[in-house]
Structures are given as structure tokens and as C-alpha cells.
Design a protein around this ligand. Structure first.
Ligand code: A2P
Length: 342
């Protein structure tokens, strides 16, 4: 069987990786239909050595589509995902639009593949920071249970989109040259104040909330509970943008429900599908975003027992936010969906 696949946001940072990854994984594509805004009509994308024309995202653009991968932001998903479903497509949505909708499964295939079967036409892809954390914690959750998580992120600029990536490059060059540093987008394009990220860190990813957290932080709290199907897990997050192009890093402190042996934890993590353990501080082995960019796995290092709590454990978790954090996970959902239909 082969499938007609639409990529909405095909000209964006994640859409570009989706198209590349469909090709690399030999996903059974009968037709690729790249969609974007009206601004991009006339552009082309390369797929399997051919140029494919980008079309405008209209309801009728989904005619005949089997699988629609959305990554053009929440408002586009809200406006048009249901049109794609009405035309018979399975929508896999990378935006925040439907993630907490009780009718919509929120899926990381290594963690909760069983949720896929509950879809009514839309499956949501979780937030990039959540995905890599739950992949790392899955075997520990199963073996020991998890009481609470305290996570701090070091997030790459590409998560804010292609224009934000370009802005960091431009800021870096301007700063070094002693020129005026452009600040139009970061940290959040839609807000009033914009700051320099180059040679800086910004403790804001996405908009602020009434409770003092940011939306990105609350995504990590809510999505983790939904994916593990466990409202009792305590999660507290601090999300920080750092001047890195690709790859989110996370300092994850977790309190397990049962006592653990460190060696057992390392074995469980090393055996977990989709995880690569790089952990030896004496040999200076640990994951870093420059090394993990363009790779689909979740990398874990700095695995150590906490000094203040018997059942506390510290981990350093790094993954390419555009791949496992977005494109790879979306396409793995599509693969798991197809496999479940066979
Ligand atoms: P376009 O390039 O035509 O603006 P990023 O996350 O890297 O900023 O990319 C956002 C993606 O979403 C781009 O492919 C962009 O297309 C697309 N997009 C933005 N607004 C719309 C819209 N109203 N309809 C369809 N696609 C959109």
C-alpha cells in the first residue's frame, strides 16, 4: 500500500524535515503534496530527486489525501485540520491546537502507541520538549513509578521557526561585527518586547500565563500527564531559550516511587528503543546538541543519584527538536497507524 501525503507548512523548519524524513525512511508515498501559505505558491520542494510544486493550503487541497502532516502553527490547524478529516485524511498535527482535547490522542509511539486506536481523524504530536523527556522516562516509569519531575530546558532557536533561526544567525554576525543587532522576533514573535538571544539566554519560551509559568512550561506539565495517562505525576518546568540552532537539552530531576539501583537504571535506559546512552563523566562522554543534530534518537547522559533524596535521580537529555521533537515523531505515528490497520 502507498499513501498520498500532504505536508502543511512544507516551507517551514519542521515541514522541511518532514519531507526529508519521509524520503529517508522510505515511507510508502504515492504522492507528496506540499502545502503552505499563499505566499509560497510558485515555490518548489525537492522530494525523491524531483521538484514538487508547493500549493496553497485550502480545504480542497486535501482532496484525495490519506495522511496530512500539519506543522504550520496552531491557528492554521484550528482553521483547516477538520476540513482535511472531512475529506478522509488522517491528520497528524504538530501544533498545540488539539493536544489537550480529550477526543484527540497525544502520542509518542515508544510510550503510548495504544492511544492511536482512539483517534477520530486527528492525532496530536506532543511538544518537542515533552517528547524527548517522556521517551527518556518511559522505562523508569514502568519499572519504578514516578512521583515527580523537575525539569529545566535549554531549547534551540529552531523550535521558534525558520525566521527565528535566521535571526539568531544575523544577531551573532552583527554582534561580532559591532553592528546594530536585529531584534524583531525572539523570544516570541507575537509579543511586544524582543531581546537578543546571541550570547545570551532567555527564560521565556512561548507566552506567559496567569500562574507565572510560560505556556511552554505548562505544555510540559499537562502533556506529560496525558501521555502517561497519569494525573498524579508532579511536573514543574522552567523552559529557557539558548543560542543553539538545533537540539533541545534538558536537566531532568525525577523522584521515583520505588528504590532503585543506578546500574539497573542505566541498563533500562540503554535497552529503551529510540534511546542512546552516552554517560561517562570521567571520560567526558555526554550528549551535546551539536553532536545530536540531524539524528532521530533521544540521547541521555550525566545519569546520577541525587544527593538530597534517596529515590531522586538526575539525567541530562538531548534530542534534535526538529526530528524526534517534531518530524520524526509525527512520521513514526503515521507508521504505527498504518501498521495498526494491516
Ligand atoms: P509560508 O512559508 O508560506 O509562510 P516556521 O515554523 O518555520 O516559521 O514555518 C511555518 C510554516 O507554516 C511555513 O511553511 C509557512 O508557510 C506555513 N504557514 C504559515 N501561515 C500559514 C497559513 N495561513 N496557511 C498555510 N500555511 C501557513
Amino acid at each position: 500500500n502507498e499513501y498520498r501525503v500532504a505536508v502543511v507548512g512544507a516551507t517551514g523548519a519542521v515541514g522541511e524535515q518532514m519531507i526529508k524524513y519521509l524520503e529517508q525512511r522510505n515511507f510508502p508515498v504515492k504522492e507528496l503534496r506540499p502545502l503552505a501559505s499563499k505566499r509560497s505558491t510558485g515555490k518548489t520542494v525537492m522530494f525523491q530527486g524531483r521538484e514538487v510544486k508547493v500549493q496553497e493550503t485550502t480545504p480542497d487541497a486535501f482532496e484525495g489525501i490519506d495522511i496530512a502532516l500539519f506543522s504550520a502553527g496552531g491557528s492554521v490547524s484550528k482553521a483547516i485540520a477538520k476540513e482535511a478529516v472531512a475529506r478522509g485524511a488522517l491528520v497528524i498535527d504538530n501544533s498545540n491546537a488539539f493536544r489537550m482535547d480529550p477526543e484527540v490522542p497525544l502520542v509518542v509511539p515508544e510510550v503510548n502507541p495504544e492511544a492511536i486506536a482512539q483517534n477520530k481523524g486527528i492525532i496530536a504530536n506532543p511538544n518537542c520538549s515533552t517528547i524527548q523527556m517522556v521517551v527518556a522516562l518511559k522505562p523508569l516509569y514502568d519499572q519504578f513509578g514516578i512521583e515527580r519531575i523537575i525539569v529545566s530546558t535549554y531549547q534551540a532557536v529552531s523550535g521558534a521557526g525558520m525566521n527565528a533561526s535566521k535571526e539568531l544567525d544575523a544577531q551573532t554576525q552583527a554582534f561580532i561585527s559591532g553592528d546594530q543587532v536585529p531584534t524583531q522576533i525572539l523570544p516570541v514573535g507575537s509579543l511586544d518586547n524582543h531581546y537578543q538571544l546571541a550570547f545570551n539566554v532567555i527564560p521565556q519560551v512561548d507566552v506567559g500565563q496567569e500562574n507565572g509559568f510560560t505556556l511552554e512550561e505548562m505544555k510540559m506539565v499537562r502533556e506529560t500527564k496525558k501521555i502517561f495517562n497519569d494525573d498524579q505525576i508532579g511536573v514543574t518546568a522552567t523552559c529557557v531559550r539558548v543560542p543553539v540552532q538545533r537540539g533541545h537539552s534538558e536537566s531532568v530531576y525525577v523522584e521515583l516511587k520505588q528504590d532503585y539501583q543506578l546500574e539497573e537504571v542505566k541498563d533500562l535506559l540503554a535497552k529503551q528503543p529510540g534511546v542512546i546512552v552516552q554517560d561517562d563523566i570521567e571520560q567526558q562522554i555526554y550528549p551535546m546538541p551539536l553532536e545530536t543534530a540531524d539524528r532521530p534518537e533521544v540521547f541521555i547522559g550525566r545519569i546520577r543519584r541525587d544527593l538530597t533524596h534517596d529515590r531522586g535521580l538526575n539525567l541530562w537529555v538531548v534530542s534534535d527538536n526538529l526530528l524526534k521533537g517534531a518530524a520524526t515523531n509525527a512520521i513514526q505515528i503515521a507508521e504505527a497507524y498504518i501498521a495498526s490497520k494491516r
